[in-house]
Each structure stands twice: as structure tokens, then as C-alpha cells.
Design a protein around this ligand. Structure first.
Ligand SMILES: [Zn+2]
Length: 228
């Protein structure tokens, strides 16, 4: 176990971007209950300029397990397992807030061979099929009469929840905002799913959550200066 921790710390020290300094490098179980993740030892270092060459990895197409995505995701098999766990958390929070599962998870992308913005020497976790950008969720009208009362009228039929529209609303008033915040908090607490969770408080993320399994832990979702 010690050897494993040393390896992980060494690997992390090679490519932890400065933006993760405020976070926490994975050492042993510090990133979660997962002591080993398939992509931990893979170097993220790439030449600072020229065409981005992403490591050749076998990726899989994942349409969704507990829930569907609006378009197929292309991810590493290890990340697919995390997405399946993520879908279960989404479904559970959605039932708590809206009495039903979302019809689909709306995402902005998974695999994409590119650099981390501002860190030209590092390949993005998206370039490993190890990340997803989630913009929101679409809900269909409930089937049958299992949802009765208790929900605001606008949630009787089909509706959408989007980070760019609902996150900034006062969660004391907006059920959508409450749902997104509760979901984010549960995912942060579930250290066995994602290690990096970025949201509206992180630059460039006003309209989506970015989740990945980099070899370090970084959480930046909630604006500490929010007025509620
Ligand atoms: Zn992303």
C-alpha cells in the first residue's frame, strides 16, 4: 500500500496543474475510497506547442445505464463505471426534488483531445476520455398518476433544468436551483465517484459542471460569496 501511495504521489507531482494546488493531490485514499484508478499512472505531459497528441486508449461508447444521455458519451471504461454511479445519484436526487427520474442527462462533451486551458503542457482529462461536462437535465411529464400534488405547477409537465438558467436563482425559491445544489453536494460527498468537480464558481463554467477522475482532488463549484 505504501508503495502504491508513493507511486501515486510521484505521478501526481509530475502533472498536477497549478489550478489544483488549492485542491489536494491524491495520496493513498485522499482522493476517495478508490485506492486505484486505471489512469492514475498515465502521464498528462505533452509538448507545449504543436498538434496535441493524446495517449491511445481504448474508449467505449456509453449511452447511459440508470439514465440516458442526450447523445452518446465516449469514455474510458474506468470512467464509464463512474458515470453509472453518477447516474444513480442523479436519479435519486431527481426523485427527491421532482418525484421522477430525468428523461435524459444533457452533456456538452466527454472525449475531446485537447490541452487544459491555460496549461499548454498538460492534456485535458477530456483527452483521456476521463471527463464529462454536464449542462443539465430534461424531464418528461410524469407517466400515470404516481406524481400527485406537492410539486409546483411548472413541474407537472415536461421541463428542463440547466446550470446557466437555474444555478444563479435563489435556492430558497427555485426548486431547480435546490436540485442542482443538492446534486453537486452529494457528488462532492461521494468521494468514490469523481475527484475533480468544477462548477459555476470556477472560471468558464457558468453553464456546466465538469467532472473528472484526474489523479488529484479539486473542488470548485459553489460561490462562497453567494448571497444566500
Ligand atoms: Zn470539462
Amino acid at each position: 500500500m505504501l508503495e502504491r501511495r508513493t507511486l501515486l504521489a510521484l505521478a501526481a507531482s509530475l502533472f498536477v496543474p497549478a489550478h489544483a494546488e488549492a485542491g489536494q493531490r491524491c495520496e493513498g485514499e485522499s482522493c476517495g475510497e478508490d485506492d486505484h484508478y486505471a489512469l492514475d499512472e498515465l502521464s498528462r505531459n505533452i509538448p507545449k506547442s504543436g498538434r496535441v497528441l493524446c495517449p491511445k486508449l481504448e474508449l467505449v461508447t456509453h449511452l447511459g445505464s440508470a439514465l440516458r444521455y442526450d447523445s452518446p458519451t465516449k469514455v474510458h471504461p474506468a470512467f464509464r463505471e463512474r458515470l453509472i454511479a453518477f447516474e444513480e445519484v442523479v436519479a435519486s436526487e431527481a426523485r427527491r426534488h421532482f418525484g421522477r427520474d430525468p428523461r435524459r442527462i444533457v452533456h456538452l462533451g466527454t472525449y475531446n483531445c485537447r490541452r487544459i486551458g491555460g496549461y499548454p503542457e498538460l492534456v485535458s482529462e477530456h483527452g483521456l476520455g476521463n471527463a464529462i461536462d454536464v449542462a443539465g437535465f430534461d424531464f418528461a411529464a410524469p407517466r400515470g398518476s404516481h406524481v400527485t400534488g406537492g410539486w409546483p405547477r411548472q413541474h407537472d409537465g415536461a421541463f428542463s433544468v440547466r446550470l446557466d438558467r437555474h444555478w444563479k436563482l435563489d435556492p430558497r425559491v427555485s426548486r431547480e436551483s435546490r436540485f442542482l445544489r443538492a446534486l453537486a453536494q452529494r457528488l462532492i460527498d461521494r468521494r468514490d465517484i469523481f475527484r475533480v468537480l468544477l462548477g459555476p464558481s470556477y472560471p468558464g463554467h457558468h453553464n456546466h459542471f465538469h467532472f473528472d477522475c484526474a489523479p488529484y482532488r479539486l473542488i470548485d463549484v459553489f460561490d462562497v460569496n453567494a448571497r444566500w
